[in-house]
Design a protein around this ligand. Structure first.
Ligand code: MTE
Length: 565
């Protein structure tokens, strides 16, 4: 890597910020393996290249990557055609693409969408064919189906969450406010042209239309309230502590809104497997295929993961077509999606079109190389996929939706707090506790202040947290589930390079102004009399807390500051 000597010897205008760790992306890596320390600076962006001949040699992209089936807009089949995957890989490796902004070390842009996803857009454009218009079509679907206040973390593939004030405004998340987490474009599928293939190690492979699956005489209806949580929820706290793996997908900088709860209608996957005559030995897992195209390490694939048969057998895997009384929105998997109760959201495949019974967990990248939970001492230069635990059941977690960190709150001894709590694997929040002193003393949120229990659902809560003091305090929230699991108390305890599962107790720092205290009340009155606004907190206002007489009176009646002997 090129060493930019000038930067080592001359102070830059932003030197102070760099020294203070505020511009991590500009820092050199120090190489101390030799007798002298080398400064390894990020290289200047290389010129983009394109090997036209290599790309042309692949053939006609419009034909190669044509729509596979009528009425399935945005669908290219990859998994059945290894040679097609190779051609796509050749196209993507015969050119370079603009680098993405660094959102771990670099400043996160103050825009909405926060990140544009330029690399994914460029890859789709480079592949062409059916994928040419997928990025634009997807964004149009976002604008049509999602609430206008959504926080768009990544424009393409679309990743978005509701703002804090709306995350827990309802116990059942309205569809337009349910978070969305995509690895590729949003396919637009006509329900009457759609079908589902069930093959692999089953007695009688079958194809089902939606009407077949909706035939209640064959497949009994199932209706469930289910919380889906992405393992990236609250990732922003891990990033703020230490930078980690920085690809935008699957590592988008989520806050507390990558969780949502809805009432789904569908059927149990177990019954469909039975309808195929059951599994044939040695089948132990079900591979689930989504229509969308995902580009991982410049290899192209459909979205594929797997779930163990034991989970299916327990009737905890559902095929759903209805969400909160409406057909599934396009963005959430229309016409049919999977719901794996209590598991990480990644297994709940949207735009499902194939289920294959297999022996071992899927080797597809989302299952085998992503959503892995590494030990803290496994990082960029020493990790192997087998070192990570594949994340399945989500651990217990919680979050405070109100107030927000750095907020000042004027109150009379109690601070109103709101939030959610959740536990995966069929466990549920049994107790939520809040602390106003960084986790030393804990108050229980009264059971009546929590929403109803459900085996597969979160609980929202509200609580007036006692707080006596004025000053910066740290409010902490933690949950105990029905198995008495609770959350690690700090982020570091569970920090990991992949920035997954931020399940530590949620901490927010707020400035408490307790008006119940006489001194504070009088001073606030004085601000009001003088017409001085309270905000912003840190602005210095020349309003003395004592008159000159009161000051002098104090020293007349107390020991002096210094004594002689
Ligand atoms: N299914 C497909 N086909 N493609 C995807 O990108 N994302 C998964 C899962 N199912 C995904 C998918 C992930 S990581 C999550 S967290 C959930 O969908 C999110 O579901 P939602 O977007 O309906 O909230």
């Amino acid at each position: 890597m090129e060493i930019e000597a000038g930067l080592d010897t001359t102070n830059r205008p932003d030197e102070w910020k760099i020294e203070q760790g505020m511009e991590g992306h500009k820092l050199p890596i120090l190489d101390q393996t030799g007798s002298e320390t080398l400064h390894l600076y990020p290289p200047r962006p290389a010129k983009l290249m394109q090997d036209e001949e290599a790309i042309r040699s692949v053939g006609n992209r419009t034909k190669l990557f044509a729509r596979e089936r009528q009425g399935w807009k945005g669908y290219v089949e990859w998994e059945n055609y290894p040679e097609k995957k190779e051609k796509a890989h050749k196209i993507l490796t015969s050119q370079t693409f603009p680098p993405c902004p660094d959102f771990n070390f670099g400043p996160i842009p103050g825009t909405n969408p926060v990140l544009p996803g330029d690399d994914f857009k460029a890859w789709h454009a480079a592949l062409g064919g059916e994928l040419t218009s997928v990025a634009d079509d997807s964004w149009r679907t976002v604008l049509r189906e999602k609430h206008s206040d959504m926080l768009h973390l990544l424009q393409f593939p679309y990743n978005g969450e509701p703002p804090k004030r709306l995350v827990t405004s309802k116990v059942i998340t309205p569809n337009p406010l349910h978070f969305v987490r995509n690895h590729g474009g949003i396919p637009i599928i006509e329900k009457d042209k759609w079908d589902l293939t069930l093959d692999g190690l089953v007695q009688h492979p079958q194809r089902y239309t939606l009407n077949d699956l909706m035939d209640a005489s064959k497949f009994p209806r199932m209706e469930k309230t289910v919380t889906i949580q992405c393992s990236g929820t609250r990732r922003i706290e891990q990033i703020a502590l230490y930078g980690g793996q920085g690809d935008e997908v699957p590592q988008a900088p989520w806050a507390e809104g990558a969780i949502g709860t809805a009432r789904y209608v569908g059927i149990s996957l177990k019954k469909v497997i039975k309808d195929c005559g059951g599994l044939i030995s040695p089948a132990k897992h079900l591979e689930l295929y989504g229509v969308d195209t995902y580009v991982k390490d410049l290899e192209v694939c459909n979205y594929v993961v797997s779930v163990p048969w034991s989970k299916v057998k327990a009737n905890e895997v559902m095929l759903a077509w209805e969400m909160n009384g409406e057909p599934l929105p396009k963005i959430h998997g229309y016409p049919l999606r999977v719901l794996v109760f209590g598991y990480i959201g990644a297994r709940s495949v949207k735009w499902l079109y194939r289920i294959k019974a297999i022996k071992n967990p899927s080797l597809a990248p989302v299952q085998s190389r992503e959503y892995l939970y590494f030990n803290q001492q496994v990082g960029k230069y020493n990790q192997r996929p087998t070192d990570g635990i594949q994340i399945q059941e989500m651990p217990v977690s919680s979050a405070i939706m109100s107030p927000w960190t750095k907020q000042a709150i004027v109150h009379v001894g109690k601070i109103r707090c709101k939030g959610w709590a959740y536990s995966g694997g069929g466990r549920w929040p049994e107790r939520v506790e809040l602390s106003a002193d960084g986790g030393f003393t804990w108050y229980e949120v009264p059971p009546g202040n929590l929403s109803k229990k459900g085996k597969w659902a979160w609980r929202t809560w509200e609580y007036d947290l006692p707080c006596e003091v004025e000053g910066w305090i740290e409010i902490v929230c933690r949950c105990w589930d029905n198995s008495l699991n609770t959350q690690p108390l700090n982020i570091r305890a569970a920090w990991n390079w992949g920035l997954h599962v931020t399940s530590s107790a949620h901490r927010i720092k707020i400035y408490s102004v307790n008006k119940k205290r006489e001194i504070t009340r009088k001073r606030l009155d004085k601000f009001e009399q003088l017409g001085i606004p309270l905000a912003p907190l840190t602005h210095y206002d020349a309003v003395s807390g004592q008159t000159q007489e009161e000051y002098e009176e104090y020293w007349n009646t107390h020991d002096p500051r210094d004594v002689d002997d």
